[in-house]
Structures are given as structure tokens and as C-alpha cells.
Write a protein that binds this ligand. Structure first.
Ligand SMILES: NC(=O)c1ccc[n+]([C@@H]2O[C@H](COP(=O)([O-])OP(=O)(O)OC[C@H]3O[C@@H](n4cnc5c(N)ncnc54)[C@H](OP(=O)(O)O)[C@@H]3O)[C@@H](O)[C@H]2O)c1
Length: 247
């Protein structure tokens, strides 16, 4: 049990983020369930009330004022943060051929998957510094793995999602940069890959999405979110917590 620890999960009103929030709550953490929409967030937090201490906080990762207000509310309420899960993510290009994509598709995707992570992480660092064992988990994807993308026989290289793949590759670079920079503060920063799970983000994908559950997808994120003080930083894990995904 991680009683007294405090976590923030972004994009946690549904999908894998909601399950990460639920599992962290069952482990005894106080969980701030971040959602950009008040009604969706309140509903999800109410649904998880039986799993532990889950508190809705309005948080749109693309809106710096919303992020600042959320962090201020957590500071006033809890005074610190032990876990930040940067989970909010979008994919906007399922029905567009790669050659028809524009910079606008990338901008829209990066606003959430890349710039949003920077906005939230920067805002949370002062609160994370109050923790004796802070962990940041960035939810990445094997579609952002340059090792996989450069193997033209790999399933990842067949998807050719210009915006989404490059956003997750950028997220991986952010993860390593933050890990190196925050090592001296004792803040661990790692990337977790859920593996393919049928959720709203890939509802438009032209591929069979399989039948893995959100609990399967949450396994690596929750493992990295609950690392002990002597756990690793700057690693990429998933879909099983013990497996490494090459950068
Ligand atoms: N599912 C997979 O197969 C898979 C595989 C690899 C990686 N991932 C990653 O896992 C993470 C979760 O995805 P998911 O599968 O659970 O998808 P999902 O069900 O579509 O959930 C995405 C979440 O992100 C939120 N979100 C989107 N834009 C936001 C913003 N501007 N501010 C705050 N929250 C925002 C959504 O909120 P709304 O409800 O308001 O839209 C929703 O709560 C993503 O980072 C995704 O890239 C998923």
C-alpha cells in the first residue's frame, strides 16, 4: 500500500488513464483524476469512489491556465505530488493518407502528446520536489520507437502515422531529457507503453484492435508509477512491466 502518496493522472476520465487512476487508488494513493471536461471528469471520479480516494481536477493539457489552476488546487489540498502520469493523448490521422497530412495534423497532435506533457510536467516539478520518491510516467507507444520504425519488417513501420508516431518519438526524447535533468532531484522519469488496447483513441484504426483490456494496458504504467526509491529512471517499459521497448 502506498498510503499518503499523491498522484495526478492526465486524461483519466476514460480508457487506460481511468484504469491507471483506479489501480493507483486501490493501492492506497490519493489520486487526482485529471480531465478536460467537468462532467466527464466528475462522472469518472464518482464511478471510482469505491476504489479509493479519487478526486476530480479539471485539467486541459493544452491550456496553461487550466494546468496552473489544477496544480494550485493540488498544492492547496495535498501539498505535494509523488506521481505524475502524463497519459492524455490523441491520434487524428487514421482516415488520412500520409501524403495528405499537413503540418496542422502534427500541430494538433503535438499540442496534446508533446507540448501538453511539457506544460504539465513543468507545472508539477515544484510539487514533485516535495516528495522523497517522485515518479513521472509518460505514456508512450511502440509506434514512437525509432528502433521499431527503422525495421521495415516491423508491424509499427506499416502504420505510417506521421503525426502520432513522431509525437511519441518526441515524447521519448522528452522522457530521457527530463530523466537526466531531474536525476539529481531524485525524480524518476520513465516511459510506459500500454500495447494495443481497443479504446476511443484507435476506434478509427483500419486494423483489428484485439481484445487486450485497459487493465492489460495499465500494467506497465502502474508498475513505473509505483517504483521504489531505488528503481530505475530513463527506461522504457511495456507492454509487460518487465519488458523493455527499444527507444
Ligand atoms: N489504446 C492503445 O492501444 C494505446 C497504445 C499505445 C499508447 N496509448 C496511449 O495511451 C494513452 C491513453 O490512451 P487511451 O487508449 O486510453 O485513449 P482514450 O480512451 O481516447 O483516452 C484519451 C484520454 O486523453 C484525454 N485527452 C485528450 N485531449 C486532452 C487534453 N487536451 N487535455 C486533457 N486530456 C485530454 C481524453 O479526454 P476526452 O474524453 O475529454 O477526449 C481521454 O481521457 C495515450 O497517451 C495514448 O497515446 C494507447
Amino acid at each position: 500500500m502506498n498510503t499518503n502518496e499523491v498522484a495526478l493522472v492526465t486524461g483519466a476520465n476514460k480508457g487506460i488513464g481511468r484504469e491507471i487512476a483506479r489501480q493507483l487508488a486501490t493501492l492506497g494513493l490519493t489520486v487526482y483524476l485529471g480531465a478536460r471536461d467537468n462532467e466527464r471528469g466528475r462522472t469518472a471520479a464518482a464511478e471510482l469512489a469505491g476504489d479509493g480516494d479519487v478526486r476530480f481536477v479539471q485539467l486541459d493539457v493544452t491550456d496553461p491556465d487550466s494546468v496552473a489552476a489544477a496544480v494550485k488546487a493540488i498544492e492547496a489540498d495535498a501539498g505535494r505530488l509523488d506521481v505524475l502520469v502524463n497519459n492524455a493523448g490523441i491520434a487524428v490521422e487514421w482516415d488520412t493518407a500520409l501524403v495528405d497530412l499537413t503540418a496542422e495534423h502534427l500541430r494538433t497532435t503535438y499540442e496534446v502528446n508533446v507540448f501538453g506533457v511539457v506544460t504539465v510536467t513543468s507545472a508539477c516539478i515544484p510539487l514533485l520536489r516535495q516528495s522523497p520518491n517522485a515518479r513521472i510516467v509518460n505514456i508512450s507507444s511502440s509506434l514512437g520507437s525509432l528502433a521499431k520504425l527503422s525495421d521495415f519488417e516491423s508491424p509499427q513501420s506499416k502504420h505510417q502515422l506521421l503525426a502520432y508516431s513522431s509525437s511519441k518519438a518526441a515524447l521519448n526524447a522528452l522522457t530521457l531529457s527530463y530523466a537526466a535533468a531531474l536525476r539529481a532531484d531524485g525524480i524518476k522519469v520513465n516511459a510506459a507503453t500500454p500495447g494495443l488496447v481497443p479504446t476511443d483513441i484507435n476506434a478509427g484504426a483500419p486494423i483489428p484492435r484485439g481484445n487486450r483490456t485497459v487493465a492489460d494496458g495499465a500494467a506497465a504504467p502502474v508498475y513505473l508509477a509505483t517504483l521504489p526509491a531505488d528503481g530505475p529512471t530513463g527506461v522504457s517499459r511495456g507492454p509487460n512491466p518487465d519488458d523493455s521497448i527499444p527507444w
